[in-house]
Design a protein around this ligand. Structure first.
Ligand SMILES: [Zn+2]
Length: 69
């Protein structure tokens, strides 16, 4: 078997295994605080619009595995 193909296969297994255990990733916009803070009005905040107030995103591999948010 081609060693590069084998390496890609092992990498894919490790990646999907990781997606099974850890299907989410931190929302970079709110860092899991789930809030979006106003830059103009101090103290004003709302739900993070990037992650819809969840604080996390579903990983690409987890979506392929059929995981839902
Ligand atoms: Zn967010």
């Amino acid at each position: 078997m081609d060693p590069i193909l084998l390496l890609a296969l092992v990498g894919a297994i490790v990646y999907f295994g990781s997606c099974m255990v850890h299907p989410f990733k931190i929302c970079k916009a709110c860092q899991r605080s789930r809030e979006s803070h106003s830059t103009m009005f101090k103290g004003a905040f709302g739900m993070c619009r990037v992650c819809n107030g969840r604080g996390h995103h579903l990983r690409f591999g987890a979506r392929l595995l059929g995981r839902k948010l």
